[in-house]
Design a protein around this ligand. Structure first.
Ligand code: SAH
Length: 283
């Protein structure tokens, strides 16, 4: 694979959502042919275990609220390793092109005269839909799919186009939205989306610790407290999320919480035996 991965070049590689079985064959091959791997905090242990022992691993993890290397430092590390003749793998959670700051790294590398290419990965939204047994797009219900970052900088309000995000014929996926859940719920309903709009909360998708919770927009701020702020969590909003599905829907626990909420008008969707709030893999 000398042509695919010459010494002194870099591959940005999508590691997928965590389960090593969701890695592409190409990503696995690059992990085996690289000489050094810089990886994010969200890259699953199972994926890291595929890296041969002889390959250097360098964590450069970014995780909400935790110490991480600055983006500029990461860029410098990648450039230095490539110029030193390494075959550099920059391993990123999910797909590098989705909230992965891939272009900052690419442009630093290109400016330094380093060849860089990108190997795609399965993004968390696709994996969450698959785990839940739902579809992000759905004929007649979701003609559009949009991915938004709800990453909060301190206490500043999220600067998002809420009118666009509140399209009822769309599935909207919020990455990094755990701490902004209440703001998302409030702004989407203020922009006209029904409080009864189905919401899927997906945490640690594709890992043994995966948890999925089906709720509704006006309950989102309560439901999200079931997840620790440490776990990567995705918030998916839209009518398509209530169609199909292999999860139990929200049970009595959350229904009774809903009763106290003024905007709740229609009942929480229930299956025949809504006994559990969570469904872990495998069902
Ligand atoms: N490039 C990544 C996203 C990076 S942003 C991708 O394509 O998936 C980081 C955010 O992605 C997390 O805050 C969380 O919202 C989401 N995320 C990543 N992996 C996840 C997982 N296994 N389960 C749930 N959410 C995940």
């Amino acid at each position: 694979m000398a042509d695919e991965f010459p010494a002194g070049s870099v591959w940005l590689v999508g590691a997928g959502p965590g389960d090593p079985d969701l890695l592409t064959r190409k990503a696995e091959r690059l992990l085996r042919t690289g000489t050094i791997v810089f990886y994010d905090a969200l890259v699953g242990e199972g994926v890291l275990a595929l890296i041969p022992a002889s390959v250097r691993r360098v964590p450069v993890g970014k995780r909400a609220g935790r110490h991480s290397k600055e983006q500029g430092t990461i860029n410098d590390l990648l450039v230095a390793a490539a110029l030193a003749g390494e075959r550099v793998v920059r391993l990123k959670g999910g797909d590098p092109s989705i909230f992965g700051r891939s272009m900052e790294e690419c442009s630093a590398l290109v400016q330094a005269g380093v060849q860089v290419r990108i190997c795609p990965g399965i993004t968390a939204a696709s994996a969450a839909a698959a785990s839940a047994g739902v579809s992000l797009s759905l004929r007649g219900l979701a003609r559009r799919v949009q991915f938004a970052t709800a990453h909060k900088r301190g206490d500043a309000p999220l600067d998002l186009d809420w009118a666009a995000l509140a399209d009822p014929h769309c599935t909207t996926v919020f990455y990094m939205g755990r701490s902004a859940a209440a703001e998302i719920s409030r702004n989407l309903t203020a922009a006209g989306l029904s409080g009864a709009t189905p919401v899927l909360l997906a945490c640690d998708v594709s890992l043994a610790s995966e948890r999925l919770l089906q709720t509704r927009l006006d309950l989102l701020h309560i439901a999200v407290s079931a997840f620790s702020s440490d776990q990567p969590t995705l918030i998916l909003v839209g009518e398509a999320l209530a169609v199909g599905g292999r999860m139990q829907m929200v049970g009595s626990g959350l229904s009774s919480l809903r009763d106290g909420l003024p905007q709740s008008t229609s009942p929480v969707r229930k299956l025949d035996a809504p006994s559990t709030v969570f469904a872990s893999r495998p069902l």
